[in-house]
Design a protein around this ligand. Structure first.
Ligand SMILES: Cc1cc2nc3c(=O)[nH]c(=O)nc-3n(C[C@H](O)[C@H](O)[C@H](O)COP(=O)(O)O)c2cc1C
Length: 323
């Protein structure tokens, strides 16, 4: 497959792993990159630039292919401005292939990254933000629909509308995220103007993702309506699995809880423990509506190859309908 995204990143297929706090590790990253996509190491898994650098070195022991990084610039109790500066500096020094930024703009780092040959993309949920990203000189923009796991933008626009709106509004390549899991969604995203797709929830259900097997069982069992948007009332909305904890958070929000009261329930350690122990009720497990389409656990190589083969077959079949 050839798109501006495969060319930009030097990858075989335009399939990218998004940032996943605790789950986007060097091992998962290497498995995805070795399968022809672009793997991801999430910088916020690490407490310092040097810990993060060690993770990049670990991934490079496992793959010689391009690797991607997520840096999330959201309000955080764990990270100072200096640590974020270090994350970007390490990316430039290590000459990683690409950085996926989410949250605050990373304009002050762009020049350093570009001088090091590092491509930078930003995840947005609105046309107005995509236009800024293009104007500021980013290399690509990621259109994130409200279906996505993690922190969708408060505009709440779904992929089906957001993606073509952004694709018709900017000239830089657009990557689609939110609800992408298989060849059908890859074909749809390409048809709607994307030159690549970014997925996270589906990559949890791969053998190389280091979660407790109970997590996989739960993802396969749960349906598309079983996620919820938490923390909208405090301006930090996130999409997570409906469970005891997220229902408690919604209840507290309905009663007017302040962010300070919610923070203990959102602590990163809770989700780290849950991914590892398989306790699916007591942490905000950030997954997308795409859980409804997660049917099995595969290797990353099986997933990516099947997606590409299926997308090709679907696009050919649809083309044949016009003849
Ligand atoms: C478990 C999990 C953790 C995530 N953590 C982050 C994160 O730390 N930073 C970020 O920018 N996005 C994060 N996301 C969002 C993803 O990068 C991606 O935008 C989104 O999940 C795509 O939608 P999908 O889940 O339908 O594939 C996370 C998603 C999941 C599923």
């Amino acid at each position: 497959m050839k798109t501006r995204i495969t060319e930009l990143f030097g990858i075989e297929y335009p399939i990218i792993c998004g940032g996943m706090l605790w789950l986007a590790t060097p091992e998962l990253c290497a498995a995805i990159s070795n399968a022809g996509g672009l793997g991801n190491i999430t910088a916020c898994n690490y407490n310092s630039g040097e810990e993060f650098r060690a993770a990049i070195h670990k991934a490079r022991e496992l793959t010689s292919k391009p690797i991607g990084i997520n840096i999330t610039l959201l309000p955080s109790m764990r990270f100072t401005e200096e640590i974020y500066d270090d994350f970007f500096k390490v990316c430039a020094e290590e000459k990683v292939t690409a950085i996926e930024v989410s949250g605050k703009p990373a304009v002050k780092y762009l020049d350093m990254c570009h001088k090091a040959g590092v491509k930078v993309m930003h995840k947005v949920g609105a046309v107005r933000h995509a236009l800024n990203i293009e104007r500021w000189g980013y290399d690509a923009v990621i259109a994130a629909g409200i279906e996505e796991g993690g922190h969708p933008l408060n505009d709440d626009v779904a992929t089906m509308v957001l993606l073509p709106r952004i694709a018709e509004s900017v000239k830089i390549p657009v990557i689609s995220t939110g609800g992408i899991v298989d060849g059908r969604s890859l074909a749809a995203a390409l048809s709607l103007g994307a030159e690549g797709v970014l997925m996270a929830t589906r990559f949890i259900a791969t053998k190389e993702c280091q979660v407790h097997p109970r997590i996989w069982e739960e993802l396969i069992k749960r349906e598309e309506h079983e996620t919820t948007l938490i923390c909208k009332s405090v301006g930090l909305q996130g999409r997570a699995l409906k469970n005891d904890l997220t229902l408690q958070i919604l209840d507290m929000e309905a009663k007017g809880a302040k962010i300070e009261e919610l923070i203990p329930l959102l602590a990163g350690q809770r989700s780290l423990d849950a991914w590892q122990t398989g306790d699916v009720e007591n942490a905000p497990l950030m997954v997308g509506q795409s859980i409804g389409l997660v049917k099995e656990v595969t290797t990353c190589a099986e997933l990516i190859q099947t997606m590409v083969d299926d997308a090709r077959a679907i696009l050919e079949r649809n083309l044949a309908r016009f003849n």
